[in-house]
Write a protein that binds this ligand. Sequence first.
Ligand SMILES: Cc1cc2nc3c(=O)[nH]c(=O)nc-3n(C[C@H](O)[C@H](O)[C@H](O)COP(=O)(O)OP(=O)(O)OC[C@H]3O[C@@H](n4cnc5c(N)ncnc54)[C@H](O)[C@@H]3O)c2cc1C
Length: 496
Amino acid sequence: MVCLPQPDAETLARREDIRAALCAIVPGEGVISDQDELRPYESDGLTAYRQMPMLVVLPETVEQVSQVLRYCHANKVRVVPRGAGTSLSGGALPLSDAVVLGLGKFKSILEIDYDNRVVVSQPGVTNLAITEAVQDRGFHYAPDPSSQIACTIGGNIAENAGGVHCLKYGLTTNNVLGVEIVLIDGDVVRIGGKQLDPAGLDLLGVVVGSEGLLGVVTEVTLRILPRPDTARAVLLGFPAVAGAGKCVADVIEAGIIPAGMEMMDKPAIECAEAFVGAGYPLDVDALLIVELDGPAAECDYLITEVEAIARANGASFVRISQNEEERLRFWAGRKAAFPATGRLAPDYYCMDGTIPRRRLPEVLERMGAMSAKYGLGIANVFHAGDGNLHPLVLYDANQPGQLEKAEAFGEEILRLCVEVGGVLTGEHGVGVEKRDLMPAMFSEVDLAHQQRLKCAFDPDMLLNPGKVFPQLHRCAELGRMHVHGGKVSFPELERF
Ligand SMILES: Cc1cc2nc3c(=O)[nH]c(=O)nc-3n(C[C@H](O)[C@H](O)[C@H](O)COP(=O)(O)OP(=O)(O)OC[C@H]3O[C@@H](n4cnc5c(N)ncnc54)[C@H](O)[C@@H]3O)c2cc1C
């Protein structure tokens, strides 16, 4: 179980004063303090962890966000920014002595500029709503997390969200051109904009993926792309996982970058098929869904190439979508795969790690062995093209000890990802979930330097503390800190 920073008793004692001050900044129904009404905020998509926040504030204007942060900074109150609360790494998990700052009221698209192919939006707009706003003119916003009907564009920026089509079109970081961000002292800063190559340091790259630790995003400028002329999906079934894994690497090696290349193992295929009837084969051990897009002639050519590579790797089932309805049906199974695993177990723990593509067969085999070791089932549904695994560890939270086993299983999977040359996260972020595993990937010196960047934005560690970094260093000390031989300086400081 992860530990969070100890609540500050002195802050909790000031709860009523803090509530009154926030009500003065955001009048009306802008502050939630009633225990029943706070309940919906007690967790995010990582529901295994829950904690009630001290208060929730729902500002409606940038000026209110600025005043809330200025107040919290002056009064040393911790703040947890929150979009739709779909984070799977516990990024929006509240702290019991913190104010949750919800961006749910920032729901407007501010500008659609087709000449420059950008959309300027408030952060509380859902990912899908961006595409819906421009699709009549033949455009779309490419990053498409499976949670796109619910998750917000602000949350996408904080987590550097990905999705099926990010293999070809890039993650959030490749599709954001600018942000307005409010710093903890209330300053409003603009970084980037409609131009492609802004001057100065690449602070945008720092902000994207910063998990609510550096500031609160209040406006985003996003790149939109024309929809491709044609998109066709191919289902490829393999009698062995190894063949599917090798096919993925061979397709990329051949110089083909599909719009998406997803993989599902047998348990995932079976429950997704039973859930939506997508037309998946049930006599295979692994299924690839490969989407090719572009001009029709290019699509046809690439489909032939992909099919040949798949057959050379032992594919026993090939079906090519013949129309848009069939293409969407192929994807419907993949998109419903997470909820469909509810047929296999009451709970699942969704992991997120990335590995080099060539190691897929070996890693899947080793995860199978872990499943036997822990006595817990596993289903795999993932972005195979970019090596981004999403093993779903199946468990029953009502059975004593199963959550702890699922956590241990998940940790072993992530350590395996690092061991084979991969990374701890692909798109869900570190949050609280992977925080304590950061030393498996980064040295103490690496982590200290990352924290110094955090200190430049938030010297009092008030924004989303307890997330991402396995230790809380005091910034003044970090500034002159020299870590030697892995020895932790200042042992009296709070460690989780
Ligand atoms: C069923 C399901 C499927 C999913 N599929 C995918 C997927 O395919 N790809 C993927 O990448 N993710 C996926 N996710 C995870 C999640 O949807 C993403 O991480 C998403 O980007 C979170 O957005 P949110 O608005 O819900 O943010 P929240 O969960 O509210 O917050 C996430 C983090 O962002 C910070 N934050 C939120 N808004 C702001 C802001 N305005 N300014 C600063 N910080 C902010 C929070 O502090 C927190 O650290 C999935 C989740 C679920 C439940």
